[in-house]
Write a protein that binds this ligand. Structure first.
Ligand SMILES: [Zn+2]
Length: 167
Protein backbone atom coordinates (compact mmCIF):
# COMPACT_ATOMS: atom_id res chain seq x y z
CA UNK A 1 0.00 0.00 0.00
CA UNK A 2 1.15 3.52 -0.62
CA UNK A 3 1.80 5.84 2.29
CA UNK A 4 -1.14 8.04 1.33
CA UNK A 5 -3.57 5.12 1.11
CA UNK A 6 -2.51 3.97 4.58
CA UNK A 7 -3.08 7.49 5.92
CA UNK A 8 -6.46 7.63 4.20
CA UNK A 9 -7.40 4.30 5.77
CA UNK A 10 -6.60 5.64 9.25
CA UNK A 11 -8.63 8.80 8.69
CA UNK A 12 -11.56 6.80 7.31
CA UNK A 13 -11.45 4.52 10.34
CA UNK A 14 -11.66 7.50 12.71
CA UNK A 15 -14.51 9.06 10.79
CA UNK A 16 -16.53 5.89 10.36
CA UNK A 17 -16.34 5.11 14.08
CA UNK A 18 -16.93 8.65 15.38
CA UNK A 19 -13.52 8.77 16.99
CA UNK A 20 -13.44 12.52 16.60
CA UNK A 21 -12.44 13.77 20.02
CA UNK A 22 -8.84 14.25 21.06
CA UNK A 23 -6.73 12.67 22.28
CA UNK A 24 -7.97 9.70 20.27
CA UNK A 25 -9.36 6.96 22.48
CA UNK A 26 -7.03 4.13 21.44
CA UNK A 27 -8.62 1.57 23.75
CA UNK A 28 -11.97 2.19 22.12
CA UNK A 29 -10.32 1.96 18.69
CA UNK A 30 -8.84 -1.40 19.72
CA UNK A 31 -12.25 -2.66 20.82
CA UNK A 32 -13.74 -1.64 17.47
CA UNK A 33 -11.25 -3.83 15.59
CA UNK A 34 -11.88 -6.71 18.01
CA UNK A 35 -8.76 -6.43 20.09
CA UNK A 36 -8.58 -6.79 23.84
CA UNK A 37 -5.79 -4.70 25.32
CA UNK A 38 -3.80 -6.20 28.16
CA UNK A 39 -1.05 -4.36 30.01
CA UNK A 40 1.78 -6.42 31.40
CA UNK A 41 5.52 -6.50 31.89
CA UNK A 42 7.11 -7.53 28.60
CA UNK A 43 10.90 -7.39 28.82
CA UNK A 44 12.55 -5.86 25.72
CA UNK A 45 9.20 -5.65 23.95
CA UNK A 46 6.85 -2.73 23.39
CA UNK A 47 3.87 -4.77 22.34
CA UNK A 48 2.66 -8.07 21.01
CA UNK A 49 -0.28 -9.08 18.87
CA UNK A 50 -1.89 -12.49 19.35
CA UNK A 51 -5.00 -14.39 18.37
CA UNK A 52 -7.69 -14.36 21.03
CA UNK A 53 -10.38 -16.97 21.51
CA UNK A 54 -13.13 -14.71 22.83
CA UNK A 55 -15.86 -14.33 20.22
CA UNK A 56 -15.94 -10.55 20.52
CA UNK A 57 -12.18 -10.25 20.67
CA UNK A 58 -10.40 -12.27 17.99
CA UNK A 59 -7.19 -10.38 18.80
CA UNK A 60 -5.20 -9.62 21.90
CA UNK A 61 -2.84 -6.67 22.11
CA UNK A 62 -0.29 -7.04 24.87
CA UNK A 63 1.30 -3.74 25.87
CA UNK A 64 4.39 -3.34 28.00
CA UNK A 65 3.14 -1.60 31.13
CA UNK A 66 6.66 -0.37 31.91
CA UNK A 67 6.78 1.92 28.86
CA UNK A 68 5.72 5.56 29.06
CA UNK A 69 2.07 6.50 28.63
CA UNK A 70 2.68 8.00 25.17
CA UNK A 71 4.71 4.98 24.10
CA UNK A 72 1.89 2.65 25.18
CA UNK A 73 -0.65 4.68 23.22
CA UNK A 74 1.49 4.54 20.11
CA UNK A 75 1.97 0.79 20.54
CA UNK A 76 -1.79 0.19 20.67
CA UNK A 77 -2.32 2.33 17.56
CA UNK A 78 0.53 0.48 15.82
CA UNK A 79 -0.98 -2.94 16.58
CA UNK A 80 -4.38 -1.73 15.32
CA UNK A 81 -2.50 -0.84 12.13
CA UNK A 82 -1.16 -4.40 11.83
CA UNK A 83 -4.73 -5.70 12.16
CA UNK A 84 -6.39 -3.31 9.69
CA UNK A 85 -3.56 -3.60 7.16
CA UNK A 86 -3.97 -7.39 7.23
CA UNK A 87 -0.39 -7.97 8.31
CA UNK A 88 -1.44 -10.47 10.88
CA UNK A 89 -2.83 -13.04 8.46
CA UNK A 90 0.61 -14.45 7.81
CA UNK A 91 1.62 -14.71 11.46
CA UNK A 92 0.42 -16.42 14.61
CA UNK A 93 2.10 -13.84 16.77
CA UNK A 94 3.71 -10.47 16.09
CA UNK A 95 6.28 -9.01 18.44
CA UNK A 96 7.26 -5.36 18.46
CA UNK A 97 10.59 -4.69 20.05
CA UNK A 98 11.55 -1.80 22.30
CA UNK A 99 12.60 0.38 19.40
CA UNK A 100 10.00 -0.67 16.84
CA UNK A 101 9.38 2.98 15.91
CA UNK A 102 12.80 2.95 14.25
CA UNK A 103 12.26 -0.37 12.52
CA UNK A 104 12.49 0.09 8.79
CA UNK A 105 10.97 -3.17 7.59
CA UNK A 106 8.00 -2.71 5.28
CA UNK A 107 5.31 -4.01 7.64
CA UNK A 108 6.62 -2.05 10.60
CA UNK A 109 6.89 1.10 8.54
CA UNK A 110 3.29 0.68 7.36
CA UNK A 111 1.99 0.11 10.90
CA UNK A 112 3.89 3.22 12.07
CA UNK A 113 2.42 5.35 9.28
CA UNK A 114 -1.05 4.13 10.23
CA UNK A 115 -0.48 4.78 13.94
CA UNK A 116 0.87 8.29 13.39
CA UNK A 117 -2.15 9.26 11.30
CA UNK A 118 -4.58 7.62 13.71
CA UNK A 119 -3.19 9.57 16.67
CA UNK A 120 -2.43 12.79 14.78
CA UNK A 121 -4.75 13.05 11.78
CA UNK A 122 -3.68 15.57 9.18
CA UNK A 123 -6.70 17.90 9.24
CA UNK A 124 -6.79 18.12 13.02
CA UNK A 125 -3.06 18.80 13.17
CA UNK A 126 -3.44 21.58 10.61
CA UNK A 127 -6.25 23.23 12.54
CA UNK A 128 -4.41 22.98 15.87
CA UNK A 129 -1.26 24.44 14.28
CA UNK A 130 -3.17 27.61 13.48
CA UNK A 131 -3.28 28.29 17.24
CA UNK A 132 0.53 28.44 17.29
CA UNK A 133 0.99 25.81 19.97
CA UNK A 134 4.32 24.91 21.50
CA UNK A 135 5.83 21.49 20.83
CA UNK A 136 4.84 20.47 24.34
CA UNK A 137 1.32 21.77 23.76
CA UNK A 138 1.00 19.71 20.60
CA UNK A 139 2.28 16.56 22.30
CA UNK A 140 -0.16 17.12 25.18
CA UNK A 141 -3.09 17.72 22.88
CA UNK A 142 -2.60 14.54 20.85
CA UNK A 143 -0.86 12.60 23.62
CA UNK A 144 2.04 11.48 21.51
CA UNK A 145 5.78 11.68 22.03
CA UNK A 146 7.88 14.47 20.59
CA UNK A 147 9.42 11.93 18.24
CA UNK A 148 6.02 11.11 16.73
CA UNK A 149 5.03 14.78 16.59
CA UNK A 150 8.22 15.75 14.79
CA UNK A 151 7.59 13.03 12.27
CA UNK A 152 4.06 14.32 11.67
CA UNK A 153 5.17 17.94 11.40
CA UNK A 154 7.81 17.03 8.87
CA UNK A 155 5.21 15.35 6.73
CA UNK A 156 2.77 18.26 6.97
CA UNK A 157 5.50 20.79 6.16
CA UNK A 158 6.53 18.82 3.10
CA UNK A 159 2.93 18.89 1.91
CA UNK A 160 2.66 22.63 2.63
CA UNK A 161 5.86 23.49 0.79
CA UNK A 162 4.70 21.40 -2.12
CA UNK A 163 1.42 23.31 -2.22
CA UNK A 164 3.30 26.62 -2.17
CA UNK A 165 5.62 25.43 -4.86
CA UNK A 166 2.82 24.36 -7.16
CA UNK A 167 0.83 27.60 -6.90
ZN1 LIG B 1 4.83 -3.85 14.50
Amino acid sequence: MTEESIRALARKFLKKNDLNSFPVDVKKAAEIVGAMVIFQKLPKISGVLLRGDHKDFPYIIGVNVEKSFYHRRFTIAHEIGHILLNHFKKFKILYDSDDFILNSSQLEREANIFASELLVPKDKLKSVLKLNPSMKGLCNFFQVSEQVMQYRLKEILIINSFVKFSQ
